[in-house]
Design a binder for this molecule. Structure first.
Ligand SMILES: [Zn+2]
Length: 227
C-alpha cells in the first residue's frame, strides 16, 4: 500500500532499464546514467566526427559525448525525449554533457550556446525542440546564454521534396538563416544537437555563421553512432 501511495506521486519507471526509481532518482536511474558509453572525443581534436567535417566547414572543435547504439539505453532516452515529450530528459542530458565537457576549454569557452533549430513543421507537431532542452541543461550548468531566436530553419520549398537525395543534401546548406549577425562578431558559438550522424544538418548551421568577423563555431551533440 505504501508502495502504491508512493507511485501515485512518482509514477514512472526508468525509461532506460524499466526498473522503478530509487529514492532521489528522477527521469533516469543513476545506473543507466553512469552506464552511458562515453566517446571521450573532446580529448581528441582528430576524432572521427572532426575528421569527417574537415574541408566541409570551418570550426573550432566538435564532439559527441556518448555513443549511440540501437536498442541501448541512450536510444530509449532520446526516444522518450523526442516522441513522448519528456523534456526533462533533454535538460538532464544537457547538464550531463556540461559536466563531461567541464574541463574541455575548446567547448567550455563558448560565449553563446545555440541549439540546432527544428524544422517548423516538426516543432508544431512536437511542441518543443529537443536540442533546445539539451542546450538549456548545458547553459544552466555553465551559466551561459542560449539563443533560440536568431538561427532559423527555413521551410522546405515544394520543389525540394521532388529532388534526388544527393541534391537535397547539397541544398541543406541554404536551409538555415541567421538574424542579428552583428551580435556574433568576435564570439565563440557552440552549436548543440541531440545526435550528429552524417553531420549535414549541423554543418549547414555552422555555414550560416561563415564570414562573420571573428566568429568561431564549435559543435557538440549528446550522441553519435558507434564507429
Ligand atoms: Zn535505468
Amino acid at each position: 500500500m505504501i508502495n502504491d501511495f508512493f507511485k501515485l506521486f512518482f509514477p514512472d519507471n526508468c525509461p532506460g532499464c524499466g526498473h522503478s526509481f530509487l529514492r532521489g532518482e528522477k527521469y533516469v536511474c543513476l545506473q543507466c546514467l553512469y552506464g552511458l558509453h562515453k566517446t571521450q572525443y573532446h580529448n581528441d581534436p582528430e576524432n572521427p566526427i572532426a575528421k569527417n567535417f574537415w574541408g566541409k566547414t570551418d570550426f573550432g572543435a566538435v564532439t559527441a559525448v556518448y555513443f549511440f547504439q540501437k536498442g541501448q539505453v541512450l536510444q530509449r532516452l532520446l526516444h522518450q525525449l523526442k516522441y513522448n515529450g519528456c523534456k526533462e530528459i533533454g535538460i538532464m542530458l544537457g547538464r550531463q554533457m556540461a559536466m563531461e565537457l567541464f574541463q574541455a576549454s575548446a567547448f567550455r569557452n563558448a560565449d553563446i550556446i545555440i541549439p540546432v533549430p527544428l524544422h517548423p513543421g516538426k516543432l508544431l507537431q512536437r511542441g518543443f525542440n529537443q536540442s533546445e532542452m539539451i542546450a538549456l541543461g548545458m547553459a544552466e550548468y555553465w551559466e551561459k546564454e542560449v539563443h533560440t531566436e536568431t538561427l532559423k530553419r527555413k521551410k522546405y520549398t515544394q520543389s525540394q521534396t521532388h529532388k534526388a537525395r544527393y541534391e537535397r543534401f547539397e541544398n541543406t546548406e541554404s536551409v538555415f538563416e541567421l538574424d542579428n549577425i552583428k551580435s556574433y562578431e568576435d564570439k565563440h558559438v557552440l552549436l548543440v544537437d541531440d545526435v550528429i550522424s552524417t553531420g549535414s544538418t549541423i554543418i549547414s548551421c555552422a555555414e550560416a555563421f561563415s564570414g562573420i568577423s571573428g566568429c568561431k563555431i564549435s559543435m557538440a551533440s549528446v550522441a553519435a553512432p558507434h564507429r
